[in-house]
Write a protein that binds this ligand. Structure first.
Ligand code: 9MR
Length: 367
């Protein structure tokens, strides 16, 4: 009898503990766990986040994401401010942060016309440019060999019509700089995955330009492993068809596809105002900043539906997609609060400015 009672107590305890475990599981759902068998779920980190300055943000980052990109601190002007001077203080912390938290670390970015140090803009000819690229790429990539899993080797080299941007790289070396950049990166870390990264390259005309560029790199003997579609998108565009066709087209070239800077603006864009003068000053114009005190439910729902349909598409092509990275952790830090108009309140991500999950978070994790 005593034994029977003991057994009963044991069974009850077991049932109770497995119930509370299950309950806990539903609380600890996270983006990275939900998609762990499909692709990495990444975020861009600000300098403060790399330095773990806000404990609440830090635990959210560690709970939700398994891949990181530095939003700014690895760009040329910060890591290579003068010809003979590199500054890796924050970049080292960024890479250590990823290692400590067992995250995939992505390097952004080696060759980009923007956020260059002033001295780089003065490079005049191909001899100087070649020497710069060799030193710059080799120094940075070798330093993190085996610790940075993939690199945006070249960022935003294309104009909207698919032609090559007249950057300081192009102006000094012609299109040869593209192949050279990929060769130099592969030499410095043969195992790192090398990406071409750009925005709007899901749109047909620019996509054709990107395909040409990738073919050119391959034909010249450069190693390129993937393409980064940035994904700075809107509620109604680009269409899912365009995005799907891009996934198919790029992977048909033998490349991995990553969505590298995903966010969705919910605010009007001066460019949408047909006939409006884009040079007009929209700052302080209430029409252009319609939700300063919170996002209405109707738009919150639209955002959730948009994210849901995007992730449905990503899941459909999970075999071709390596990573989906959001451009920031929460709405409060998004660059879209200041672009294309300064000082607005935008809502492009999955967590609001108080770090609360938005409906879009649920719509994705419920998939
Ligand atoms: O989010 C970045 C913002 O803080 C910087 O001010 C801006 C400077 O150009 O760069 C932003 O990030 C860009 C990224 O590095 C490349 N693709 C476009 C991103 C948004 O502008």
């Amino acid at each position: 009898m005593k034994l029977r009672n003991q057994c009963l107590v044991f069974v009850c305890l077991f049932m109770l503990s497995s119930y509370s475990l299950k309950k806990e599981k539903s609380y600890t759902v996270s983006l990275k766990d939900v998609f762990k068998d499909e692709f990495y779920i990444g975020t861009a980190l600000s300098a403060d986040q790399i330095e773990e300055k806000a404990p609440k943000e830090d635990s959210l980052i560690r709970k939700e994401f398994n891949a990181i990109t530095a939003e700014n601190i690895m760009k040329s002007m910060f890591v290579h401010p003068q010809k003979d001077k590199y500054d890796f203080s924050l970049a080292d912390k960024f890479v250590a942060y990823g290692k400590k938290n067992k995250m995939f670390v992505h390097g952004h970015t080696l060759i980009w016309h923007s956020q260059l140090a002033p001295w780089m803009r003065k490079i005049k000819d191909s001899v100087e440019m070649k020497a710069f690229m060799k030193d710059h790429i080799n120094t940075i990539v070798s330093r993190y060999k085996g610790r940075i899993g993939s690199w945006d080797v070249v960022n935003e080299a294309l104009n909207e019509d698919g032609t090559l941007r007249k950057s300081v790289f192009f102006n000094t070396m012609g299109d040869k700089y593209l192949v050279d950049a990929f060769k130099l990166a592969a030499k410095a870390d043969p195992k790192a995955e090398l990406y071409y990264n750009d925005y709007n390259i899901e749109e047909p005309v620019k996509r054709a330009g990107a395909i040409n560029l990738i073919k050119k790199i391959k034909a010249g003997g450069g190693k390129i492993d993937g393409v980064g579609i940035q994904g700075h998108w809107r509620l109604n565009s680009p269409s899912l068809n365009e995005i799907e066709q891009s996934i198919l087209d790029y992977s048909a070239l033998g490349l991995k596809v990553a969505f590298t800077e995903l966010d969705i603006t919910v605010l009007p864009n001066p460019g949408d105002l047909r006939g409006a003068d884009v040079n007009q000053n929209f700052q302080g114009n209430k029409k252009m900043n319609p939700y300063p005190n919170g996002l209405p439910d109707s738009i919150q729902n639209k955002l959730a539906n948009r994210y849901e349909s995007l992730f449905r598409l990503f899941l459909k092509h999970k075999d071709k997609i390596s990573r989906v990275t959001f451009w920031g952790v929460h709405d409060g830090q998004s660059w879209l609060n200041d672009w294309p108009i300064k000082g607005r309140t935008n809502y492009p991500l999955l967590f609001d400015a108080n770090l609360k999950q938005k409906k879009a978070y649920q719509s994705i994790t419920n998939l």
